[in-house]
Structures are given as C-alpha cells and as structure tokens.
Design a binder for this molecule. Structure first.
Ligand code: ATP
Ligand code: MG
Ligand code: FE
Length: 342
C-alpha cells in the first residue's frame, strides 16, 4: 500500500510517500522557522496560512521525487492532532479533499504515535514491546508500548516539556528560536565541572518529570553571573552545559527506572529532543550496562516530518481503519488510542 503522509500540526509542513512493501519512497519538509523567528515562537495564524501556501507544492515535489503521479497513491494519512487547530485544519481538509478526488481511503493520525513509531523507519527497527520516551517541544512522556495502539502512560512532565525548557533557556541566552540545537551547540564549549544544576524529581520514586524549576535555576545562575560582571562567553557556555547535563541526567535516570519497573529491554526515544547527541551517548552507555538497548529515529525524523505520519497511518490503514470527516483534535491524549479497528 502506497501511503501519502501529511504533517501540519505546528510549524513544519511535512509530506512523504511510504510504501508498505518498499519502504520510504520520498519525503520533503518545509520549516517555517524563519517566518516565526522574529516573534521568538510560533504564531498560530501565520502557521496556518503558510501551510496552505506550502502543502500542495510539497505534495507535487514528493510525487516527482518518487517518479509517481497522484493516481499511484493508494491511501492518505494526515496528522489529526494534537497541535494547533488552524494548522491541523489545513492538513485535514487538504487530505480529505484529495482522498475524495482520488477515491482512496484516508485516516487521521495521532502526531505522538507518529513520533513514537518513527524509529521503525530505520534499518534496525525495534520489536514490540518496548518503553518509549517521547521528548519534544510539547511532550515529555514515558509510555509502555505493548503493541500498535496499546499504550500505557508511565509518567510525564507536570509542567514544561524538555524541548520547551531548551527553547526558554535559549531565549535567556539570546539564542534564536528553536533553541534546542543552539543550546546543545553552545554546551559543547562548556565545562561540565563548573556548575551543577538540580536533577528535578529524581530524589523520590516515580516516573514524572518537572523542568520548570530547572529553567528558573538557570535564569538565577545567569543573573548572578551578570551581577558579578562574570557573564562572559565561557560562562554562558558553562551554563548551557550545566543545563543540558541536568536535563540529560534526569531523562536517563527516569528511563532506567521505567525499564526496571516494566522489565523491558528496549527503549525507543523519539521527538525533537531525541536528536540531542549528549542524550543519546549518555543513554546508550547507561543502557549497555544493563543489557538493554535504545532505538532512535535518524536526525531529521526526530523533529516533525511527514514520513512518521505516512508510516503510522500505513500500519492502521492496512488493518482497515478509516476516518470519515476532517476532525482536528488539538488536544488528544495518546493513552486514548486503541489498536487498529476497521
Ligand atoms: P510535539 O511533538 O510535542 O507536539 P513539537 O512538534 O513542537 O512538539 P518537535 O518538532 O518534535 O516538537 O521537536 C521540537 C523541539 O525539539 C524543540 O523544542 C527543539 O528545541 C527541540 N530540539 C531539537 N533538536 C534538539 C537538540 N539537538 N537538543 C535539544 N533539543 C532539541
Ligand atoms: Mg516543530
Ligand atoms: Fe512533534
């Protein structure tokens, strides 16, 4: 089954063609980063308008890249939620219009299920069951995954998502949006022994996270350095490193706990922050010690993309699942999903 995947939940327009027999045929991404940069974050109305401009040309581009025509599409999958309602609406209506015109089946996909299944596009795909750490701009969750659509929430952030904390710390450091990769790059120059920031909620049992206090701690550290006239380039890098180390350590401690609690040997890490190199290196080392293994998407499939939506949609479409009408769900808890049902 050849599935066209469409992602428009936030500030990237993602389109891909996935063939359930041949794998990924083509994928294209248009990021709106430059459009939102001057506002320091995503402006929902501008995002919707830009998706309407970019979506159809991207679909043409992906078809051309794959050497196919619209008539070769067997089914369509689009992100139905969670996300910005206007942005979701653009993808949903375009997808349903196309499906009607081509007379092919269509399905609205959960954006976080897309992230969660993204490592399945890699040559060494994880088998079920596994524990998933979903760590992105809007989510930090640990999920026990028994199979497709069989998800049990083990823990989540009680305040900011890890990616959101990276973005806010980037702002404090006057780094451009989105800040995750910028903070990570600055941290490379930092000395990890200069400051030690707290590892929130690791001193008590449980699998929930909190990153808002760490953000405040970082702000206080920067203000103190400023008052001491000591906020030079090296100090900024040292703060970035201390913040990154604290986030990474916290995530690793909770992942280890989740694997212990569930008895699983496989960990899937997905979402924008899973691109972070220090997180990957630290996790790999920690898991190797316990004979466990982590699986990640390739770099460009960590953040939002059409390939993960095409893949996740294909799994459910193949089982006969369909959507009747474009119904965006801006809020949609992952644990509400069920295995595919026709
Ligand atoms: P969600 O998927 O929860 O709806 P989203 O789609 O906005 O949110 P993603 O696109 O998956 O999130 O990820 C974007 C986030 O990942 C941003 O917060 C960004 O700063 C962060 N990020 C990207 N690369 C890195 C990195 N190398 N290190 C740390 N954070 C990163
Ligand atoms: Mg994004
Ligand atoms: Fe996302």
């Amino acid at each position: 089954m050849r599935v066209l995947g469409i992602e428009t939940s936030c500030d990237e327009t993602g389109v891909a063609l996935y063939d359930s027999e041949q794998g990924l045929l083509a994928d294209a991404l248009y990021s709106q980063i430059a459009l939102h940069a001057e506002f320091g974050g995503v402006v929902p109305e501008l995002a919707s308008r830009d998706h309407t401009r970019k979506l159809l040309p991207l679909i043409d581009q992906v078809l051309a890249d794959a050497g196919l025509i619209k008539g070769d599409i067997d089914a369509i999958a689009y992100t139905a939620g969670p996300g910005l309602v206007g942005a979701l609406m653009v993808g949903a209506c375009t997808a349903h219009g196309m499906a009607r015109a081509l007379a092919v089946p269509i399905l609205g996909v959960h954006h976080m299920e897309g992230h969660l299944l993204a490592p399945m596009l890699e040559p060494e795909a994880p088998d079920f069951p596994f524990v998933a750490l979903l760590v992105s701009g809007g989510h930090t969750q640990l999920v026990d995954v028994r199979g497709l659509g069989d998800y049990r929430l083990l823990g989540e952030s009680v305040d900011d998502a890890a990616g959101e904390a990276f973005d806010k710390v980037a702002k404090m450091l006057d780094l451009p949006y989105p800040g995750g990769p910028q903070v990570a790059a600055l941290a490379e120059q930092g000395d990890s022994s200069r400051f030690r920031f707290p590892r929130p909620m690791t001193d008590r049992p449980g699998l929930d996270f909190s990153f808002s206090g760490l953000k405040t701690h970082t702000l206080t550290a920067l203000r103190t350095l400023e008052q001491q006239a000591a906020l030079d380039a090296q100090a900024r890098a040292d703060v970035a490193r201390a913040f990154e180390d604290a986030v990474v350590d916290t995530l690793v401690i909770k992942c280890r706990r989740a694997l212990e609690a569930s008895g699983r040997q496989r960990l899937v890490v997905a979402g924008g922050v899973s691109a972070n190199r220090r997180l990957r290196a630290t996790l790999d080392a920690a898991l190797a010690k316990r004979g466990a293994r982590a699986y990640y998407p390739r770099g460009r499939f960590c953040t939002d993309n059409g390939a993960m939506i095409a893949y996740a949609g294909a799994q459910r479409l193949l089982a006969g699942q369909r959507s009747d009408t474009p119904q965006p769900r801006p809020r949609w808890p992952l644990a509400e999903l069920t295995p595919p049902q026709p």
